[in-house]
Design a protein around this ligand. Structure first.
Ligand SMILES: [Zn+2]
Length: 233
């Protein structure tokens, strides 16, 4: 195999390696960023934190309502038992009963309001939880697909690296240095096939003499404009 063909083969392998490496980087970045999941989780936590004090307050009010209801029952029983005859005591019992009844009304109103608020929040929380589950599921599926792709890419990369070390053996040290330096300066492409009489990389038309030398394929001929090694395919 001529040096130029060997170099062109090396470039093909290197471009394939570049492409796999880029994709591996992309996938690694995708696997690290979990913005959607974090946002969904944060929404659930925020709703839970808003809901918790309201639930505690509901429990407290219910407990007080029980106590007040018992007190009302006891006061009514005593007031209407017929056992209390002292007018001051009767009046006092009547006042206490009214006060407890007002308290009960107040508690019932407050509980109703709290119930409406917590109902709404619980609805929102249920929605947020469903959304979080959906995000988790889709992330898991995506992760699995990406992890599989990553595995395949790594296997391909290993195979390409083997091909590369074999391809390199056919190339002289001097040409390898030239190739590497051109590849670094020319976006990974050290060689360019001739397209008619022009360099396919930069599009510049070559002289007839250059085109002939490239077609003979006996020596390294570079593009007069971009400096890439020209090859006739
Ligand atoms: Zn060129």
């Amino acid at each position: 195999m001529s040096q130029i063909r060997a170099l062109y083969r090396l470039q093909k392998i290197d471009l394939e390696i570049d492409q796999r490496r880029r994709r591996i980087q992309e996938i690694s970045a995708l696997l690290e960023q979990d913005e959607a999941l974090r946002a969904a989780q944060a929404q659930v936590t925020a709703l839970q934190e808003t809901l918790r004090p309201k639930e505690t307050r509901t429990a407290d009010l219910n407990l007080e309502l029980q106590t007040v209801t018992t007190q009302i029952k006891q006061l009514s029983e005593r007031l209407y038992s017929g056992k209390v005859h002292n007018p001051r005591e009767l009046e006092d019992l009547g006042h206490k009963l009214e006060e407890r009844q007002r308290r009960r009304e107040h508690l019932e109103d407050a509980l109703l309001e709290l119930m409406l608020e917590t109902d709404e929040l619980q609805g929102e929380l249920a929605q947020a939880n469903a959304h979080l589950e959906a995000v988790r599921t889709s992330r898991a599926e995506e992760h699995q697909a990406l992890a599989e792709e990553l595995k395949q890419l790594r296997a391909e990369l290993a195979r390409l690296k083997e091909e590369r070390s074999e391809a390199i053996r056919a190339i002289s040290a001097e040409n390898l240095v030239l190739y590497k330096s051109l590849r670094a300066r020319r976006h990974g492409r050290a060689l360019a096939p001739l397209n008619g009489e022009s360099c396919s990389a930069c599009g510049v038309r070559q002289t007839t003499q250059i085109v002939q030398r490239v077609r003979q394929g006996q020596e390294i001929v570079t593009c007069a404009s971009c400096g890439r090694i020209l090859i006739a395919i």
